[in-house]
Design a protein around this ligand. Structure first.
Ligand code: PMP
Length: 289
C-alpha cells in the first residue's frame, strides 16, 4: 500500500503524522470517502468540490488547487493498482501547539489512502437492514453544520454506539425539532404512495453525493422525488425505505424501531434504484489510466 502525504508516498508503516496535528487533537480537518469501480472514480469532481467547500467553511486553506488534488488522487490510485477501491481523502489542520488556535497551524496535511471497504454485510443488501432512532440529536446546523464533512464525527459516533448496543447496525438521527435528518454515515429515503422522499438539506444533513445521484436517477425514470420535512411517523407508514452513501451505496431498510417497513422486505423501487445505481457506477466515472 502506498499512502500519499503532502505529495510524497509512504508505506503503511511509514505513513505518519504529528501527535500535535489538530486533526488528531481536535478533529480539526475535513475528509471525503470516494469509490472506484472498474478503474473509474465515481463522482470525483463532486467529492473534490465538497472537500474544498468543507475546508472553506472551516477557514482551512488546502495547500494545493483542486486540479492538482485530482491528479494526485489518480496517481495514488495508479500506484496502488486497485481497479475497485475506496479512497479516503483527508486534509488536517496540521501541526500546531496544544492550544486551539487553528491559525497557529502552518501546514495542513493532505492524505490520500486507497483501500477496500465493505460497510454492511452482503446479506443486508438482500434482506434489508433494521435500524433504530437514536436519542442523540444531530448537531445543530448553527453549531456544527452537518454540511461540513469534518473529521469531528463524535456526534455520529454517539448515535452509532446506540445502534450497535441495541443490536442493529445503524441509527436514524433526529434534529433539534425532532424531525428526521439522516443516519450516522448515510442519508435516508422513504417511499410513500410511490413518491421518493428524503429530508431537505435544511433539516441538518450532509448533502450526500449518492443522495444526489439517487434523486437524478429517480427523475430520469419519471419517479417523483421530494425533499421534505420528515417525521418518524412518516417513516413508520412508508412503503419502502433505504439509506445512501458512497461506501454503503444503496441499502434497503426493512425495520425501524421495531416496526416493519412495507412487508418487511426490500421494496420494488428500492431494488430498481439499486440496479440503476450499480450500472451507473460501472459506466460513469473518471478513468484512472
Ligand atoms: N451523511 C453522513 C453523516 C455521512 O458521513 C455520509 C458519507 N459517509 C453521507 C451522509 C453520505 O454521503 P455520500 O453519499 O456523499 O457518501
Amino acid at each position: 500500500m502506498e499512502i500519499y502525504i503532502n505529495g510524497k508516498y509512504y508505506s503503511r508503516e511509514d505513513a505518519k503524522i504529528s501527535v500535535f496535528d489538530h486533526g488528531l487533537l481536535y478533529g480539526d480537518g475535513v475528509f471525503e470517502g470516494i469509490r472506484v469501480y472498474n478503474n473509474r472514480v465515481f463522482r470525483l469532481q463532486e467529492h473534490l468540490l465538497r472537500l474544498y467547500e468543507s475546508a472553506r467553511a472551516i477557514a482551512l486553506g488546502i495547500p494545493i488547487p483542486r486540479e492538482q488534488m485530482r491528479r494526485d488522487v489518480l496517481e495514488t490510485l495508479r500506484r496502488n493498482g486497485m481497479s475497485d477501491a475506496y479512497i479516503r481523502l483527508v486534509v488536517t489542520r496540521g501541526e500546531g501547539n496544544l492550544g486551539l488556535n487553528p491559525f497557529a497551524c502552518r501546514e495542513p496535511q493532505v492524505i490520500i489512502i486507497v483501500d477496500t471497504i465493505a460497510l454492511y454485510p452482503r446479506e443486508h443488501y438482500e434482506k434489508g437492514l433494521a435500524v433504530i432512532t437514536a436519542a442523540t440529536q444531530r448537531n445543530l446546523p448553527e453549531a456544527v453544520n452537518p454540511r461540513i464533512k469534518s473529521l469531528n464525527y463524535l456526534n455520529n459516533i454517539l448515535a452509532k454506539i446506540e445502534a450497535i448496543t441495541s443490536g442493529v447496525e445503524e441509527a436514524i438521527m433526529l434534529n433539534s425539532f425532532g424531525l428526521v435528518s439522516e443516519c450516522t454515515g448515510d442519508n435516508i429515503f422513504s417511499i410513500c404512495k410511490g413518491v421518493i422522499l428524503t429530508p431537505a438539506i435544511s433539516m441538518g444533513v450532509l448533502e450526500g453525493i449518492t443522495r444526489n445521484v439517487v434523486v437524478s436517477l429517480a427523475r430520469q425514470h419519471n419517479i417523483p422525488v421530494k425533499q421534505v420535512v420528515m417525521t418518524r411517523h412518516d417513516l413508520f407508514i412508508a412503503e419502502e425505505a433505504f439509506l445512501t452513501g458512497s461506501a454503503a451505496e444503496i441499502v434497503p431498510v426493512v425495520k425501524i424501531d421495531g416496526r416493519l417497513i412495507g412487508d418487511g422486505r426490500p421494496g420494488p423501487i428500492t431494488r430498481k434504484l439499486m440496479e440503476w445505481y450499480h450500472h451507473l457506477t460501472r459506466e460513469e466515472g473518471v478513468p484512472v489510466n
